[in-house]
Write a protein that binds this ligand. Structure first.
Ligand SMILES: [Zn+2]
Length: 309
């Protein structure tokens, strides 16, 4: 009932910018609902819909995107009827050729890889955790240190890496529709000129991350340096950290700088793209170096976290 009243208000003529701001702020949930609903309808009508959480998330993501555009451009359209303006913006958006391929660079094999991986990360904690490795090269020990995790949460990270290595990565790559030949081709470029691929990834990642951050509104806003320090210092906001940092390079750089003293994996937050999952042997060798190895005895990977705490 309440929603009907709000939508009725949104159909009425708004004559000042202040009025527009007030009304849209008051009815934001309804606007988002509406935009997500229209997106769902569009996807259904074009045969791109399936009743699953992935498509629901996609509809929400596009809903946010559309409402954001509406909020930016709407103010300059006053006087207007906000709901009609939103609808016309949505219609215009979906009448573009191939609107879901939101940037043509993201249709390249590298673009699809980054986009697909991040899209998977929105749904899967394993994929989310794996982003730290695929984008920056952080192993499980590095992730634990960076996020300052306690024993229980560290165990989760190890499980995330393990499942990703066993099945998650393959599943994501299959979902992306990436062939082994395409992966090999990227690897050839990477071997020949690692910087080139990293630079290209560097350019695409902000675009992809910004897009997918919208799907988790409560984890969306960037925090200031001070707020990150607070979060780390008081040891709360675990979900926020894991989610936001994996999907925001700027905040990742802040977090890294704050955490630097406690890190043994001081690899920086330059993009260091990894196409395949972290192999088990790599964990052992990393550990071996960390411990100044030499006696040839491998220790369980879990020890990294306890050693660093
Ligand atoms: Zn951020």
């Amino acid at each position: 009932m309440a929603q009907r009243v709000d939508l009725a208000n949104l159909s009425a003529l708004v004559s000042t910018v202040e009025e527009f701001d007030r009304l849209t702020a008051d009815t934001l949930p309804d606007l988002l609902d509406h935009a997500a609903g229209q997106t769902r309808r569009y996807l259904r009508e074009t045969g791109q819909w399936a009743d699953d959480i992935g498509h629901e998330k996609l509809a929400l993501r596009w809903g946010y995107e559309l409402v954001e555009r509406f909020l930016v451009c709407g103010r300059s359209e006053v006087p207007c009827r906000p709901l009609f303006l939103l609808d016309s913006l949505i219609a215009k958006f979906f009448s573009q050729p191939n609107p879901l391929c939101y940037h043509k660079d993201l249709c390249s094999p590298l673009g699809r890889f980054l986009d697909g991986l991040t899209s998977r990360a929105v749904l899967s904690r394993d994929a989310l955790t794996a982003l730290y490795y695929h984008l920056y090269g952080f192993g499980q020990g590095g992730v634990v240190q960076l996020l300052g995790l306690g024993p229980a949460e560290s165990q989760r990270v190890y499980k995330n890496f393990e499942r990703w290595r066993r099945t998650g990565w393959q599943r994501a790559v299959t979902e992306i529709g990436m062939t082994e030949a395409e992966l090999r081709e990227l690897e050839i470029i990477q071997n020949r000129d690692p910087q080139r691929l990293n630079q290209e990834a560097d350019r695409l990642i902000p675009m992809v991350q910004e897009h997918y951050r919208r799907s988790e509104p409560e984890h969306f806003p960037c925090l200031s340096r001070r707020q990150w320090e607070d979060l780390f210092h008081h040891g709360y906001g675990y979900d926020y950290q894991v989610w936001h940092l994996a999907l925001c390079r700027d905040c990742m750089a802040e977090a890294y700088a704050i955490r630097l003293d406690g890190l043994t994996e001081t690899r920086g937050v330059q993009i260091d793209l990894h196409l395949r999952p972290l192999l088990k042997g790599r964990v052992a060798s990393f550990l071996w170096v960390q411990r100044g190895g030499g006696n040839g005895t491998e220790r369980p990977a879990q020890r990294i976290s306890t050693a660093s705490r």
